[in-house]
Design a binder for this molecule. Structure first.
Ligand SMILES: [Zn+2]
Length: 71
């Protein structure tokens, strides 16, 4: 029996675990969830939340790609 990997229901879960950050409460590197916090003029601010205890492990501002200068 051959199963296509895309049919694996755990695929999304594995993708979610791709990012590991040190959690201040768990004191180990934990899988985190990325959550959009704020939309700022300089970019979108994301928060990384521990999947175990829901503590904030870090934040990051993703800057939008530079605007294209149209001639
Ligand atoms: Zn934690």
């Amino acid at each position: 029996m051959h199963r296509h990997p895309d049919d694996d229901p755990r695929r999304q879960f594995r993708d979610m675990e791709a990012t590991l950050l040190l959690c201040p409460r768990c004191r180990v590197a934990v899988p985190v969830r990325k959550r959009l916090l704020l939309v700022l003029p300089e970019g979108d601010k994301f928060e990384y939340v521990c999947a175990r205890c829901a503590s904030t492990c870090g934040t990051k501002i993703e800057r939008p790609p530079p605007p294209q200068f149209v001639r």
